[in-house]
Structure formats: C-alpha cells, structure tokens
Design a binder for this molecule. Structure first.
Ligand code: ADP
Ligand code: MG
Length: 251
C-alpha cells in the first residue's frame, strides 16, 4: 500500500481553484520530488496534505486513513512532518533550545540520544548550538528546520523548497542528508524549483504545470525525456541513472 495517496485533488484558497485534479502516490521509503515553475501549485499541494488549503474535491490518504477534513495537528499525528519554506524555526531561541523543545516529551536519556543523532547528521549545528536561530545563515537554518521535523520521528516528511536561496555547497549537503535519512527508512516529498539538483538525489518526480501533473517518472526518465527537460525544467540532458549518480559529486 502507498504511504501517501492523493486522488483527483482539487484545492485552492477561498473561491480560487489552484490545483485541478492532481493524483499521485508516494511509496514507503521513496524520495519524491515535486517540480514545476513558480506558481504551478507546488506549495499548495503540500499545504493541502496538512489541511491548510480549501479542498474542493478528491481525496488524500496516509495508508488507509483519509486526511481531508482533519485539523492540521491530527494530520501531524499520522506520522507526517511539514517543513514550510519560511517560519520553520524559533528565531529568538538558540539552536540547542530549539532542539530541546522538540524533544521535551522524551526521557532525558532519549532526548540526549536524539540530540547526538542530530549533531551527527549536521555537525555544524553542534558547533553553533549556543547561537540564536535567527542569526544563522540560510543553509544552517534549513538544517535546523529539517532536524526539528525529523525529531518528531515522522514516517513521511514533506519539505517546501529546502534549497531555496542556498549556496551550492549547502544545497548538496542538505540533499545528501535527506538521501541518507531516506535510505534509513524515512519517506520524503520535497518541493523544489531547483530541478537540476534534486533530480540527482530523488527516486521519482512529478512535474506540475498550472495546477496539474504535466509529467511524472523516475529521475532517470525525466532527465532523459528531452521534451520535459527543455519544456518544464530548463536543465541539460543527462543520459543514464549512472550519470545521475556521478553528478551527485559535482556541485
Ligand atoms: P508554487 O509553490 O508552485 O510556486 P503556489 O502553490 O504557492 O505555487 O501558488 C499557486 C497559485 O496559488 C498562485 O497563483 C498563487 O498566487 C496562489 N496562492 C498561493 N497562496 C495563496 C493564498 N494564500 N491565497 C490565495 N492565493 C494563493
Ligand atoms: Mg512554493
């Protein structure tokens, strides 16, 4: 059974319909990218999963549990974590206090263990642990946001443009960690405008255009489909899955 199933979803804001019949399925352990130009409905899709839009029709389910109509906090309790593009950390608190807040319900031993794991994933967060989150660089802040989401031990994490505005080095580091988390069992849905980067790391991608799925396929399918590559993504053609892996080593 798919972990996340969206069927014929029509959604938007107020009277405005932004998504027009989107269907997709995310399998357990997959790293799925949602691509598409600015305004194509990527954020609206992720917000819809969390009950933050108006749903006009269709269904969203985690395994066999329908989500449409549930309040956002109950959706979170289904094992989902949402990392929004902005306002994803407490800026007036230190890194360490942000992390401690996320593990406050754990025993002291379990909390300590969780922090150690976070610092292994993102060593820079340990070095900067006493710094206020509001003073971090964009990349460091994104790492903290991912760590905070991951500390809720989700089955499925949905991220909205984790690489937006970051330097190539941070982009690569963030995708490397996301790939590692996915290989350790976490299922991922990552919204990205930066198709060229994410296609090197994800398993499967959906390309949105004007609120509909324009194309879908494995990363290799998309990267080798000339029309998609030119028409929707503006990235150069890459021939094989092997090339995809090799490209991960580039910036
Ligand atoms: P993307 O994330 O792909 O850039 P969005 O999902 O943010 O696209 O936006 C899709 C469309 O929905 C755009 O036309 C945008 O103006 C509109 N939109 C987004 N958020 C809102 C909102 N809160 N209220 C009304 N319209 C919105
Ligand atoms: Mg967006």
């Amino acid at each position: 059974m798919s972990l996340l199933t969206i069927n014929q979803l029509t959604a938007g804001y107020g009277k405005l319909e932004v998504l027009h019949g989107i269907s997709l399925a995310v399998e357990p352990g997959q790293f799925v990218a949602i691509l598409g130009p600015n305004g194509s409905g990527k954020s609206t899709l992720v917000k819809s999963v969390f009950g933050l839009t108006r749903i006009f029709g269709g269904s969203i389910a985690v395994e066999s549990t329908p989500l449409v109509g549930l309040p956002t906090e109950k959706i979170g309790r289904q094992g989902l974590a949402y990392i929004p593009q902005r306002e994803n950390v407490f800026t007036s608190m230190t890194i360490r206090d942000n992390l401690l807040l996320a593990v406050r319900k754990l025993s002291q031993a379990a909390a300590g263990h969780s922090l150690t794991e976070v610092y292994q994933l993102f060593p820079i967060l340990e070095q900067r642990q006493a710094q206020r989150a509001g003073r971090l660089s964009g990349g460091e802040r994104q790492m903290l946001a991912i760590a905070l989401g991951w500390l809720s031990r989700p089955r499925l994490m949905l991220l909205d443009e984790p690489s937006a505005g970051l330097s190539p080095l941070f982009v690569k580091e963030i995708f490397r960690v996301l790939r590692h988390l996915c290989d350790s069992g976490l299922t991922l849905v990552v919204v990205e405008q930066n198709a060229r980067s994410v296609l090197r790391w994800c398993d499967y991608a959906y390309v949105l255009r004007e609120g509909q799925v324009a194309f879908q396929g494995t990363s290799a399918d998309i990267l080798t489909d000339e029309e998609t590559v030119k028409g929707y993504l503006g990235v150069g053609r890459i021939n094989t899955a092997e090339a995809q892996r090799t490209l991960r080593d580039e910036n």
